[in-house]
Design a protein around this ligand. Structure first.
Ligand SMILES: NC(=O)c1ccc[n+]([C@@H]2O[C@H](COP(=O)([O-])OP(=O)(O)OC[C@H]3O[C@@H](n4cnc5c(N)ncnc54)[C@H](O)[C@@H]3O)[C@@H](O)[C@H]2O)c1
Length: 448
């Protein structure tokens, strides 16, 4: 029976899969795997989220995701459930995609991972492959194995795989179907074969390693991307001091194929649920292992300074900010998402509120999330808008904090007419500086 099971699972094309966590990663992975032909149950311990998903209502914005979820459900390949025990029993493969938030000291809170491992163990009724999708510190795979082994019945076996996720919010659906690579940290040929079968129709390089290496690849990637961003932000400061243009510097650097243009965008710094927490985690992990990753500490410091530098630049023009009317366009940490987690807009808006400015906020998608984030602030000083032109009325400054494509198509003639003082602080260096100056705006960029 054991041998029969073993052979049949390895030779299957489509699998019964459980994805734990219906968040930005888990939901995309669930709907993506369903589209690849697998039968997927997506489980979350947030009852409200599952109830909404059962009604095909998504609680966050991600381009293309809603139709992918609808299609999966309609074809009978995608289900949502709150019942983790049952979902585990009925699955051959389990993806763990729960949150791994930062603790106060920068280390990773692995409580959710540990919790689901115990439930997996208690419901392990046959051989299953358990896959770490969440971003976790190196050696977490060992802890996952130990925990499941401790709580499971004696006669059932399992494999653990590390399969870090590289999707980008705002492009997550595209990234799922067009991954730059698939990393598989495996310990058994059987698990590797099953993972290769799951992803068979995705045409990309598959890199196979041990589990520790795969876990490390993810943190190394995000730390490197953050380093590139802080590097160009440091160059932007030098450009401001030297009277040079960081955009041209980045272009000149990026033309070198060893460097590349991606992630050489100067601005108010990086945010989101990945880079800030992952570099904190990597600093912490490295220290625990006995290495002081001081380079990453500097990366973090430069990123933090970029936000206060931007506010200082506005003050140079507006002098005292008390009662100055400032419109802020772009609140999510990047375009294409309503995710506000660790968005640079949070620190910048908090600084402006501290200076007693009056704020008029607009974002194409993130107003709902922003209202939750800023609910604790002096709300009389903050107003939210559903469209951009009402937000800029009588303003002394328009700040751009996220490079939503629609901002470049705004009618700036109209905006100039509506504003009290025509000042634009472009925290993403993405508007046409010359065009705005020709229209009579004063333009503040970063390093240009
Ligand atoms: N967001 C990204 O762009 C991205 C990209 C790559 C990797 N990651 C990593 O993927 C992981 C998930 O990130 P996310 O952005 O999807 O987080 P998220 O907060 O959007 O989603 C996590 C989900 O897990 C659920 N959850 C938490 N504990 C649970 C439990 N015990 N049982 C069942 N469900 C539980 C939460 O309710 C939530 O819906 C993190 O480790 C993150 O670092 C995120």
């Amino acid at each position: 029976m054991g041998l029969k099971n073993k052979l049949s699972l390895e030779n299957k094309k489509n699998f019964n899969i459980c994805v734990i966590g219906a968040g930005h990663v888990g939901l995309v992975v669930s709907a993506g795997l369903a589209k690849l032909g697998h039968r997927v149950v997506c489980v979350d311990n947030n009852r409200k989220k599952i109830a909404l998903l059962k009604r095909l209502s998504l609680i966050f914005f991600e381009p293309g995701l809603e139709s992918l979820v609808r299609e999966g459900v309609k074809r009978g390949r995608l289900y949502f459930s709150y019942n983790l025990a049952e979902a585990i029993k009925n699955s051959e493969v389990i993806f763990i995609a729960v949150g791994t938030p930062p603790k106060e000291d920068g280390s990773v809170d692995l409580t959710s991972i540990e919790n689901v491992c115990r439930v997996i163990a208690q419901n392990l009724n046959s051989y299953k492959v358990i896959i770490e999708k969440s971003t976790v510190p190196v050696h977490t795979g060992e802890k996952v194995k130990e925990t499941i082994s401790r709580y499971k019945k004696k006669n059932v076996t399992f494999d653990v795989v590390s399969n870090p996720e590289f999707l980008r919010e705002g492009k997550a659906v595209y990234d799922f179907f067009n991954p730059s690579r698939i990393v598989l940290g495996v310990e058994s040929q059987r698990a590797e074969k099953i993972l290769r079968a799951i992803y068979k129709s995705l045409k990309t390089t598959i890199l196979v390693s041990d589990i520790n290496t795969a876990e490390l690849i993810k943190h190394a990637c995000n730390s490197f991307l953050a380093t590139k961003l802080s590097f160009i932000n440091a160059i932007s400061r030098i450009c401001d001091l030297a009277g040079a243009d960081v955009e041209r510097v980045a272009e000149g650097m990026g033309l070198d194929p060893r460097i590349g243009r991606d992630f050489l965008r100067a601005g108010v710094g990086f945010g989101g649920f990945c880079l800030p927490k992952d570099i904190d985690a990597f600093i912490h992990i490295s220290k625990k292992l006995g290495y002081d990753f001081s380079l990453l500490k500097e990366v973090k410091k430069i990123n933090q300074e970029q936000k206060s530098y931007f506010v200082e630049k506005i003050k140079e023009y507006l002098w005292v900010l008390k009662d100055k009317r400032i419109a802020v366009f772009g609140l999510s940490f990047k375009p294409g998402t309503d995710d506000m987690r660790f968005s640079p807009s949070i620190d910048i808006i908090e600084s402006l509120v501290k200076e007693k400015a009056l704020l008029f906020l607009y974002d194409p998608q993130a107003i709902g999330e922003a209202k939750k984030v800023f609910s604790g602030l002096a709300t009389k000083k903050i107003k939210f808008f559903k469209e951009p032109y009402s937000a800029v009325k009588e303003c002394d400054c328009l700040c751009i904090l996220t490079e939503w494509e629609e901002f470049s198509r705004l009618n700036f003639k109209k905006i100039k007419f509506l504003m009290r003082y025509p000042l634009i602080a472009d925290g993403r260096n993405f508007l046409d500086k010359e065009k705005l100056e020709r229209l009579g705006f004063k333009y503040i960029g970063i390093g240009r």
